[in-house]
Design a protein. Structure first.
Ligand code: CP
Ligand code: NVA
Length: 308
C-alpha cells in the first residue's frame, strides 16, 4: 500500500518520480483555466476523503482542485463533525471510510492519528500535516526550488526560526534529496534530535548555528515559518515571539545569503513577524509559487499512492 505519510518513509526514487511527474503535469496544463480538466483523467470514478481537524486554506483547496482536475470527486470532512471527534476510534473510522472512498488525506494534531489511520485503512492515506511533519508542503517546495534554480542536490538550505513540523519535513527531504541544511534559532526550539540524526545518517551536512547571519552565509535557499503553529498554545505566543525576534527573515538577513538565494515560506505568514513584507514580496521570494505547486505536487503524490 502506497501511503504518503512522511518524506523519510518514502523511497528516494519514488520521491524523485513524484517531483518529475508533477513538473510534467504542471507544464501540460499551461494556458488552461484552473477548473479545466487534465487531458488524462486518472482519478475518474475515484472518491477522495479530505479530513481536516485543523484549519487550512492551501491544503484544502489544492487537494480539492487537484482531484477534480484529474477527474475524481472529493468529500471534505471536518474532524469535529465526524464521529471521530466524538469517541469513535481511529481504527474503526479507517475501516469504515475504506468501504466508501479510494484515498484518504488527513490533517490532524497527534501523529499517532495518522499512523493508526494508515494501519487500519485498506486505501492509501496521505499526511496533510500533523504536529510533527508536513511532507506535502516540502514536495511542493522541492518542485519550486528546482523550477527556479535546477537540482536541489548539494545545495545549502537554511531554516531560520522555529524548528517545527515544516522544518522537520525539510530535514527529512535533506536526507532523501541530498542537500545540506543549517538550522538557526533558539536552542529551546531546535528540531527534534531524531530528525537531525536521520538526515545526518544519510551523509548530508546538518548544522546548528545560533547566529542567523553566520547561518545564512552561502545559503541557496532561506526558509522560515510562523512563530506560533496551530498546535502551539496561544499562551506561549509572547514568549515565543521574544525568543524568535532575532531570527526574523528581513532584507539585512537575506543580504548575508548568496545574492540569488531564494526565500520560501509555506504560508500563512504573519508579515513583519517571522518575515518582512520586503522579503515576502521581494525579487527572490517564491512563496506564491510554493502555494501553487501544492496543487501540482499533490496531484503527483495522489497518482503515486493509487499507482496511476
Ligand atoms: N501551507 C499550508 O499547509 O497552508 P494551509 O494551512 O492553508 O493548508
Ligand atoms: N507550522 C505551521 C504550518 C502551517 C501550514 C502550523 O503547523 O501551524
Amino acid at each position: 500500500m502506497n501511503h504518503f505519510l512522511d518524506i523519510h518513509k518514502t523511497d528516494p526514487a519514488a520521491l524523485r518520480g513524484i517531483i518529475d511527474n508533477a513538473a510534467v503535469m504542471k507544464s501540460a496544463r499551461q494556458g488552461r483555466s484552473r477548473g479545466a480538466p487534465d487531458d488524462d483523467q486518472p482519478l475518474a470514478g475515484q472518491m477522495v476523503a479530505l479530513i481536516f481537524e485543523k484549519p487550512s486554506t492551501r491544503t484544502r483547496v489544492s487537494f480539492d482542485v487537484g482531484v477534480r482536475q484529474m477527474g475524481g470527486q472529493t468529500m471534505l470532512l471536518s474532524g469535529s463533525e465526524m464521529q471521530l471527534g466524538h469517541g469513535e476510534t481511529i481504527a474503526d473510522t479507517a475501516r469504515v471510510l475504506s468501504r466508501y472512498v479510494d484515498l484518504i488525506m488527513i490533517r490532524t494534531f497527534d501523529e499517532s492519528v495518522l499512523i493508526e489511520m494508515a494501519e487500519y485503512a485498506d486505501v492509501p492515506v496521505i499526511n496533510g500535516l500533523t504536529d510533527r511533519t508536513h511532507p506535502c508542503q516540502i514536495m511542493a517546495d522541492i518542485l519550486t526550488y528546482e523550477e527556479h534554480r535546477g537540482p536541489i542536490k548539494g545545495k545549502k538550505v537554511v531554516w531560520s526560526g522555529d524548528g517545527n513540523n515544516v522544518c522537520a519535513s525539510f530535514l527529512h527531504a535533506a536526507g532523501q534529496f541530498g542537500f545540506d541544511m543549517t538550522f538557526t534559532g533558539p536552542a529551546q526550539l531546535d528540531p527534534e534530535e531524531e530528525f537531525i540524526g536521520l538526515a545526518r545518517k544519510s551523509g548530508v551536512r546538518i548544522n546548528i548555528e545560533r547566529d542567523p547571519h553566520k547561518a545564512v552565509e552561502g545559503a541557496d535557499l532561506v526558509v522560515t515559518d510562523t512563530w506560533v503553529s496551530m498546535h502551539d498554545s496561544q499562551s506561549a505566543k509572547e514568549r515565543r515571539h521574544n525568543m524568535l525576534r532575532a531570527y526574523q527573515v528581513n532584507e539585512a538577513l537575506m543580504a548575508s545569503a548568496k545574492p540569488d538565494a531564494l526565500f520560501m515560506h509555506c504560508l500563512p505568514a504573519h508579515r513583519e513577524e517571522e518575515a518582512t513584507s520586503a522579503v515576502m514580496d521581494g525579487a527572490n521570494s517564491v512563496v506564491f509559487d510554493e502555494a501553487e505547486n501544492r496543487l501540482h505536487a499533490q496531484k503527483a503524490v495522489m497518482r503515486w499512492c493509487l499507482g496511476l
